[in-house]
Write a protein that binds this ligand. Structure first.
Ligand code: FES
Length: 96
């Protein structure tokens, strides 16, 4: 997956300790896919990797932990300086 247009502004975020430059205000799931992040989380039972599937908030396969709260990446805008990580097993999901 790649961006169709150059973003107006890039911001820096951290994903599992790696600094990434993503389009400010872009869809977080799409931006992570565009820079090569495909596995956003692992299933609690088998540990199989999961990444965005529906891109509309229905499947929950795009869960990531953002600044300590588990959220759907496809329902989140990119902001400068956010800390993102793969969620730990048993983490609660926020619908805010
Ligand atoms: S990709 Fe399905 S909920 Fe985000």
């Amino acid at each position: 997956m790649q961006r169709l247009d150059d973003p107006a502004a890039l911001v820096q975020v951290r994903f599992d300790g790696t600094t990434l430059e993503l389009a400010e205000g872009g869809n977080l799931a799409a931006e992570l896919l565009a820079v090569g992040v495909a596995a956003f989380r692992r299933t609690p039972v088998s540990g199989a990797p999961r990444g965005p599937f529906c891109m509309m908030g229905a499947c929950f396969d795009c869960l990531v932990e953002i600044d300590g709260v588990v959220r759907q990446a496809c329902m989140t805008e990119v902001r400068d300086g956010i800390e993102i990580s793969r969620p730990s097993a048993g983490a609660e999901v926020s619908n805010d």
